[in-house]
Write a new protein. Structure first.
Ligand SMILES: Cc1ncc(COP(=O)(O)O)c(C=O)c1O
Length: 285
């Protein structure tokens, strides 16, 4: 079988390799502390488990509308407003996990030859997604600054070029756990505005921060129109296997993502109809 050239751009995930190695050792009875995959060490909360079971019993098993169930988008928008974002349900798209959200975003926001800026060390999947989208990577190493962003702002300014189209900010950061200060994020804002750069603010670990609160980049003045905020349920609610994430941003960049998703398979009968169950709210055809 022949494979597309683009798959060759991506190396196997280091996280998955380490996780597989840990599983093999565990199968051999070795006591392993596995720090590879970001799997919270608490179970999905009981009320969430119960609601999930009830929803399945109630027939919510069909395709949801492609942007997500309206009530969920409404609730997500409310959470994001509490984070300081100017956000309504129309700004939110629900995805099968944050990773899928990022894939869709890179495919939508980045062209061949564009430069994507990462703050290093960065979550391994950004690199794969940037390469799949045909972009090149610029990295700003935070290690010499004890993983803080503020002292690295001059390096960031130097790394920006005319080809930079996207900057990924992940606070709290995977893998370092660093939470970037508001001053540091203001510095990022100034650069993004000056060079007309779009930012992805990956806030998947926002709810797992100790003794501090991570500022949402999109809440800073001048950033609402150029920031896509990404989050999900995997880490905050230990729902990694449920595959539920979302992103939110100004409507313009969301439009092409919606277009890509509006395949005919999403237009089907409402869930529940076949069993004479009440229609699942929000499952519009
Ligand atoms: C920094 C970061 N962003 C996004 C994700 C995506 O998480 P999920 O696809 O489970 O929503 C992960 C998962 O480990 C992550 O570490």
């Amino acid at each position: 079988m022949n494979f597309a050239e683009r798959v060759e751009r991506v190396s196997p995930s280091a996280t998955v390799s380490i996780s597989n190695a840990a599983s093999e050792l565990e199968a051999d009875g070795v006591d392993v502390v596995d720090l590879s995959v970001g799997e919270p060490d608490f179970p999905t909360p009981e009320n969430v488990v119960r609601a999930g079971k009830e929803a399945i019993d109630d027939g919510y098993t069909g395709y949801a509308p492609s942007p997500g169930v309206p009530e969920l988008r409404e609730e997500i928008a409310e959470k994001l407003r509490a984070d300081g974002l100017d956000c309504g349900p129309e700004n939110v798209l629900v995805t099968p996990g944050g990773k899928q959200a990022l894939y869709e975003l890179f495919q939508t926001l980045v062209d061949d030859g564009d430069e994507v800026l990462l703050l290093d060390p960065a979550w391994v999947s950004y690199e794969a997604m940037a390469k799949l989208a045909g972009s090149t990577l610029q990295r700003v190493d935070l290690a010499p600054y004890d993983f803080a962003l503020e002292p690295a702002l001059p390096d960031l300014a130097e790394a920006v070029s005319n080809d930079t189209s996207l900057l990924v900010v992940n606070s709290p950061s995977n893998p370092t756990g660093a939470v970037y200060s508001e001053d540091a994020l203001r510095g990022v804002r100034d650069l993004a505005v000056e060079h007309d750069i779009t930012a992805i603010s990956d806030e998947i670990y926002k709810e797992i921060a100790y003794g501090t609160e991570a500022t949402s980049l999109g809440s800073l003045s001048g950033m609402a129109e150029r920031t896509i905020t990404l989050n999900g349920f995997s880490k905050a609610y230990s729902m990694t296997g449920w595959r539920l994430g979302y992103f939110a941003g100004p409507e313009d960049p969301l439009r092409p993502v919606r277009r890509g998703r509006s395949a005919p398979k999403h237009r089907r009968r409402r869930s529940g109809d076949a069993r004479g169950l009440p229609r699942a709210p929000g499952h519009a055809v």
